[in-house]
Design a protein around this ligand. Sequence first.
Ligand SMILES: [Zn+2]
Length: 242
Amino acid sequence: MDDQYMYARYARQISLPEMGIAGQDKLLASSVLICGCGGLGSPAAFYTAAMGVGCIGLVDNDVVSRSNLNRQLLYTPADVGKSKVACAAARLRQFNPHISVNAYPLYIDATNIGPVVKDYDIIIDCLDNLDSRLLLNDACVTEKKPFIHAGVAHLSGQVMTVIPGQSACLRCLLPVSQKKDAPTRGVIGAAAGVIGSLQALAVYKYLLSLATDQGQYVLFDGWNNRLQHLELQADPGCFCQK
Ligand SMILES: [Zn+2]
């Protein structure tokens, strides 16, 4: 593909002082794995594809259901009943033909996610249950891969950047994570949009080696439009610090 044609779509970010053509080339040479292609995965996938992360992997074992459509912008009514990763991969390829997209129709378990995680620069945790999140956490820590955890419910959510060996992982704060993984899964799509977008922004900062958010637990309160962050300490006894 003609370079000038390709770079034109990124002109408004290439003009940023921290980016330039070199930064764009860095994004195009990078890879991100998005685990969970739902309410958080949709904005995270669209914005990482939009900024030109060159290779995007999508993990999800679910099919699209009608009740997904209030927040999962990757899908349309015509996708109901079809594989999420297949539909999402097709949508992203259409959205940005300059990047490659890999689909993994996996239900995450203790053995299948490590080999996938290994092939990517950074991972985004857009999952919706604690068991899968911990399996992903463990795979990322074992493979020493950074990941951006997030969760959303109702109008609010949280985001956390984990760099194994440097900052706290989910197991360091298990009581907090458990509290956040409430059984009520009702959510307003726009809240998932805010949180998934914060994840994509964290990926941008990490890939360009700008200030990273590691060690911060960012809380978004959509009722009062408040964004707070707590500084987290890693548990020195946790396996993520070995
Ligand atoms: Zn830990």
